[in-house]
Structure formats: structure tokens, C-alpha cells
Design a protein around this ligand. Structure first.
Ligand code: ME8
Length: 530
């Protein structure tokens, strides 16, 4: 039986519009999901919105609307952005949906009845003006509210807590038994040394100081505090505890399904420490892998909505197309490391990898097949020229390395294998010099073999690029005369696939960008003056 995959992004806060950092995480998750599906695996892909909390309540008040109206409007923008970026999620969970609220309340009750949650007192720095509690780090040594800049006071409120220490030793054992749970591995040491070894405090899981949240059923002065609410989305979306648990059984309970959470480095602690503890408390299976991606920086500091130094993905996609943006994000920033968005690098990547290497290879090949063979791709006749063998083994090796890298979520690396194949195919044109072969009638078979090998190289590269270049790859298939069915991944190893297909010359896939025009344009977008 085929293995299944359940893959998730964080559910983002609809406190403001999403920026390129969110688009980065969702796009990379989408690339993984698409690559699995294209290879014939079943893959369920979830994203969503984390709609409760004080910040949203405050933003809504400031705008003079209800919190629900406020999030409804922003979440519309999430849908539009994911549409624009061609994100192929199977579901979108909103934490204000009934299906989620019930699961959170049930989970709270279960933990309370088990004695894992108890009523205590939350102590912190309180800002009377913002009606918000802050931690020591947030208020700094001057005890200033990070939101309004006023002085804060020490205060306490009644709150429920989750007994973290009950689960520390089993969490450490879980890390030990599952060395691939947290990737990159350095994240595990960070969790142990920074958070677990110094001693974990019990986690506050309810609040009485604001009301925009899921009410605690047993004590409705309280709302469930954000992380217990938010993390539960991964199971509520599958129908856990509902009348119809079919999806939950298939994508969470079943050992045939691999559960993968993708998240940014800023929220590792909640996913790698508290989430496995909550699941254990509920008696449920833990995820197989949590992949922590790096954060995109802007001018040396983290891009964030609250700092107002963000890159808006909408105008970028509108101007340069979905493929260019998806490609840049996946190729330029090594998945798992921090990176930064740079207009110069953006233009350079598109020009060098997509316009000059890939687009040009297709363009040259289709033109030559038109010129030398009246548009008909010659049949595969084995290894005819002295260079065919090495190109064929490069194709085979690329497929294998690409699949292995993708399976391990080394997405950037997987793409570089395809780039190398494209470069190799361009070099093959220089080696075989088809224009010279065409002048010599006795070299007709060699010329035919070169055209067939080039067409197949483009097909394989386009197939492997497809999860990233969702539009351009399809155009390449059309130019090679392949139907959608013929282009299917099942044919990736079929050497005769291209035989006798009629090519269709099309527009260049990626017109070259002029850096002198485009770099200032993108800089302008980033300064927020657009
Ligand atoms: O933390 N670079 O939501 P959030 C790269 N609701 N990725 C970035 C980024 C950046 N500069 N900024 C944000 C929350 N992200 C919670 C999550 S999950 C149960 C609850 C991405 O809107 C990255 O994936 O602040 C990060 O982890 C996530 O957005 C945080 O989104």
C-alpha cells in the first residue's frame, strides 16, 4: 500500500496582512505536497488562521469592528494570496470554526479531568492601558509596555496551567527514540539546552484579562490561551473527536501516514515541547517530523508585521508571475537556514536560472527540431553520439538524487539537481554541435539522437521543476507536444516518451528582466511607497 502524508503549515495570525515570510513557509510546504502527489502518494495539506487572542481583539477595537469582522476581512486576503501563489492546500482551518472550538474544549476537559491542568495564579507585568500581561523580557529592565510604551505594574490573575514537568522525561525519551523528529538537528539541542535543562515552568493555558478566545467550559470567566487553542488545529481539522473521524483515522492515527509539521524557527518551542506533551496527555500519537525553516530577514532584522518592514508578496507575484516568486523563495534561501530577500538576487536568479538556462534550452531545442525535423521529435534509437550515454546517466542520477532530497525536505538541494541537469543539457548542445551535424547528411542519425535527448532532458527537468514552476512546466510540456496524461510522472523513466511528438513553438517561458529597471522597482515596493 502506498504511504500517505499529512503536511501542515503554522496557522498564521490574521492580525495584519501576510508578508513574504508567510508566503515562504506556505510555498515550500506546497512544493513538498505537490512533489509527493505528483509521484503518486496521497498527501493531505493543511493551512489556516489562528484567530483568537488579545492582539486581534485590540486591533478590532481600534478599527471599530468586532473581532470576527476584523479576522473575516484579513482571512479573505489569506485566501487571495494562496490562490495567487497556487497553493494546493486541501483544507483551511480557522480557529473560530465550530469544528475547532469543540475539539479545544473537549481537550481542555480531558486534561483537566486527568489532573494535567490545574487552577492557579498567573503573575506578570500588567499594562492597565492595554489590559495586557507581559513577560520580563518583553518589558525589559525599564518595565515599559512593548505596545504603548507606558510603565507596567506587577499583577496577578487566576489562570489554568498545564503540568509540563509531568511530561519532561517522556519528551526527552521521545527525542532520543526519534532522532529525525526535529530537523535541523541543531534545533533539538537548542530545545534541550535553552528550555528544558534550565527547568520548564508550567504553561499558562487560560486567561481572564480578555474575552476573544474559546471559553473554558468549566469556568467561563476564562478563555483558552492561544497555544493550546492554536496547536489543536492540527487534529481538529481532521475531525478528531467528531462524528466523522474518517480523515483523522487516515491521516493521524494510521501508521501508514507520515505526519509532518513545517514551521518557522520562532515557534519551535511550542511545537517541539508543548505539542508532544499535549498529545501525550490526550493519549494521541505524536508527529513524525517537524521541519524548522529559517526566517527571512530585512536589513539585518527579522521581517515582521509589528516592525512594519515587510515585503508584500502580492505586487511581486502580479509583476513577475507566480513561478518566478516560488522559484526564488525555494532556490535562493536554503530551506532550513535563515535568509534575506534581495531585489538584486531576485532579478539575477530569474535571469540566470530561468531565462538563460531553462527557458533558453527549451527555446533552442524547439527551434532546432522545427528547423531540422519539421517539428517532429525523432525517435529514441539508443546511444548514438559519444555524448548520449553520459547525458542519459545524468538524467537517471538527477531523478534519484532529486527524489531523495525532496523526501528529506532538502528542497533547495533538490532544485539544484534539476538546474545541473539543465546546465548539462545546454553543454551537450555545445558538445554535439547540431548545426555542424546538420550540414553533413551522413550525420542525420546523430542529429536525430541529439534532438531526442534534448527533448527528453527538458521533459525530465520540467517534470521535476513542476512542483515549483507550476505554470511554466506545463507550458514546456505543451511546447514538447505532450498531453497532460503523457507528461505524468509515471513516464519519467520512459525513454521513448517523446518519439514522434510534434513540437509547438511558444513564447519564451521567462523573458529576461532588466536589472536597471526591475531592482529600483522592487526597492520601491519594499519601501512601502507602492
Ligand atoms: O506564530 N521569515 O503565527 P504568525 C520566514 N499563529 N517565515 C516567517 C517570517 C519570516 N520573517 N515571519 C513569519 C504564529 N513567518 C501562530 C502559529 S501554529 C499552531 C500557530 C512564518 O502569523 C513562519 O513559518 O506569527 C513562522 O513560524 C510563522 O510564519 C508565524 O506566523
Amino acid at each position: 500500500m502506498k504511504k500517505r502524508f499529512y503536511i501542515t503549515t503554522p496557522i498564521y495570525y490574521p492580525s495584519a496582512k501576510l508578508h513574504i515570510g508567510h508566503a515562504y513557509c506556505t510555498t515550500l510546504t506546497d512544493i513538498f505536497a505537490r512533489s509527493k502527489r505528483e509521484r503518486g502518494f496521497e498527501c493531505y495539506f493543511l493551512t489556516g488562521a489562528d484567530e483568537h487572542g488579545l492582539k486581534i481583539q485590540k486591533n478590532a477595537e481600534a478599527k471599530g469592528v468586532t473581532p470576527q469582522q476584523f479576522v473575516d476581512e484579513i482571512v479573505e486576503g489569506f485566501y487571495k494570496l494562496w490562490d495567487l501563489l497556487k497553493i494546493s492546500n486541501d483544507d483551511f482551518l480557522r480557529t473560530t470554526q465550530e469544528r475547532h472550538i469543540k475539539v479545544v474544549q473537549d481537550a481542555f476537559t480531558k486534561m483537566l479531568n486527568k489532573g494535567d491542568i490545574y487552577l492557579g495564579k498567573y503573575e506578570g507585568w500588567y499594562c492597565r492601558y492595554c489590559e495586557a500581561f507581559w513577560t520580563d523580557t518583553q518589558v525589559g529592565k525599564d518595565h515599559i509596555c512593548p505596545d504603548c510604551g507606558r510603565e507596567v505594574q506587577r499583577a496577578e490573575e487566576e489562570a489554568y496551567f498545564f503540568k509540563t514537568n509531568k511530561y519532561v522525561s517522556s519528551l526527552l525519551k521521545f527525542y532520543e527514540d526519534n532522532p529525525k523528529f526535529l530537523i535541523p538537528e541543531s534545533r533539538k539541542n537548542e530545545m534541550i539546552n535553552t528550555f528544558i535543562k534550565p527547568g520548564l515552568e508550567d504553561l499558562c493555558v487560560s486567561r481572564t484579562s480578555f474575552s476573544w478566545g474559546i471559553p473554558v467550559r468549566e469556568n467561563n470567566k476564562h478563555v483558552v490561551y492561544v497555544w493550546l487553542d492554536a496547536l489543536t488545529n492540527y487534529i481538529s481539522a481532521l475531525g478528531y473527536g467528531s462524528e466523522n473521524e474518517e480523515k483523522y483515522k487516515k491521516f493521524w492515527e494510521s501508521e501508514d501516514c507520515e505526519i509532518i509539521h513545517i514551521l518557522g524557527a520562532d515557534i519551535t518551542r511550542f511545537h517541539a515541547i508543548y505539542w508532544p506533551m499535549f498529545l501525550e496527555s490526550l493519549g494521541l500519537r505524536k508527529p513524525d517530523r517537524e521541519f524548522v525553516h529559517g526566517l527571512l530577514m530585512m536589513k539585518d532584522s527579522k521581517m515582521s508585521k509589528s516592525k512594519g518592514n515587510v515585503v508584500d508578496p502580492y505586487p511581486l507575484v502580479e509583476k513577475y508571475g507566480v513561478d518566478a516568486v516560488r522559484y526564488y523563495l525555494a532556490r535562493e534561501i536554503n530551506f532550513g537556514s535563515d535568509g534575506s530577500f534581495s531585489p538584486e538576487q531576485f532579478v539575477e536568479r530569474i535571469n540566470s536560472d530561468l531565462a538563460n538556462s531553462y527557458g533558453n534550452l527549451l527555446n533552442r531545442t524547439v527551434s532546432m527540431i522545427n528547423k531540422y525535423f519539421e517539428g517532429k521529435i525523432p525517435e529514441y534509437k539508443g546511444q548514438v553520439t559519444e555524448f548520449d550515454g553520459s547525458l542519459e546517466s545524468m538524467i537517471d542520477n538527477t531523478i534519484k538524487s532529486y527524489e531523495n532530497a525532496m523526501d528529506d525536505l532538502r528542497i533547495t538541494e533538490a532544485i539544484t539537481y534539476v538546474n545541473e541537469l539543465v546546465n548539462r543539457a545546454n553543454k551537450y548542445i555545445d558538445e554535439t554541435t547540431p548545426w555542424a551535424l546538420a550540414k553533413d547528411e551522413s550525420k542525420k542519425d546523430e542529429l536525430a539522437s541529439v534532438m531526442n535527448h534534448l527533448a527528453r532532458s527538458i521533459y525530465v527537468a520540467s517534470r521535476l521543476y513542476h512542483p515549483v514552476l507550476v505554470c511554466a512546466s506545463d507550458k514546456a510540456f505543451t511546447q514538447l507536444g505532450l498531453t497532460e496524461e503523457e507528461a505524468n510522472y509515471v513516464n519519467i523513466n520512459n525513454k521513448n516518451l517523446l518519439d514522434n511528438h510534434m513540437v509547438n513553438k511558444g513564447e519564451p517561458l521567462f523573458p529576461r528582466l532588466d536589472p536597471l529597471v526591475e531592482v529600483p522597482f522592487i526597492n520601491e515596493l519594499m519601501s512601502g511607497n507602492n
